[in-house]
Design a protein. Structure first.
Length: 110
């Protein structure tokens, strides 16, 4: 699987996880309808399924995914929560994405 496909799969995985966690947060912290727990559960199920589509071993997939999750969570902070990102947020996301790239782009045989 090429790097772009893996990166897009990680992006979809992160969005599914964040939606699955954000909706219960709305229910419990913002007193939104409990009906949001249904799409939250579906989103977390999709998140788990998407993780199974990655070509690497589970532990390596989770490690690389962490970098993308950090960047997507910060994008969510900006786009959904309306919080301005700092240069430290941006630097941290860049470092996390570089770590993901190192893991994903490693040679298959050494």
């Amino acid at each position: 699987m090429d790097f772009l496909k893996v990166a897009l799969l990680f992006l979809a995985t992160a969005i599914a996880e964040i939606v699955g966690c954000y909706l219960p947060w709305l229910v419990f912290k913002q007193d939104k309808t409990a009906w949001l727990l249904i799409p939250a559960a579906l989103s977390l199920g999709i998140f788990a399924w998407l993780l199974t589509l990655h070509p690497s071993a589970a532990g390596r997939t989770y490690a690389a995914y962490g970098g993308v999750y950090i960047a997507v969570a910060l994008a969510w902070l900006y786009l959904v929560d309306g919080v301005a990102l700092t240069r430290w947020d941006m630097a941290g996301a860049g470092i996390a994405l570089a770590g993901m790239a190192v893991i994903v782009l490693q040679p298959t045989s050494l």
